[in-house]
Design a protein around this ligand. Sequence first.
Ligand code: FES
Length: 142
Amino acid sequence: MNRRTFLRVASRLVAALWGASFLWGWLRYLTPREGLTWGRMWTPVLDLDELPVGEARQVNIGERPVLLIRVKPDAVVALSAVCTHRRCGVVWNRDQEALTCPCHGGRFALSGQVLAGPPPSPLRRYAVHLQNGKIFLSGGPG
Ligand code: FES
């Protein structure tokens, strides 16, 4: 095998390994898996039946309070339940379809964006996956 052939084979092998690892990472990210580490995989947090449409429920993922809001029968939004101003707890206001902070009047949209008040930044939004009647969260962006 001459040098040119060796380099061609080696570069194809490296490209194939890189492609396989990229594909493997995406498959692991897209496939819900129970009981694995928060922030890296999907974590089951609540049965869908426990969250009526239009209602919200707070769950704690480790130290992080997260507010789940069921906006449609088949859609749940997950946002940090901690205000970005002075870390008060935010609550879901169904009539306004917004999250409000009782401490200084901050208001947030369902996207997490600030609508009013002093909060300097949006609420963190979590990725949600519904499967087999369960709500799964991921630490990644939603
Ligand atoms: S702590 Fe939420 S608006 Fe100030």
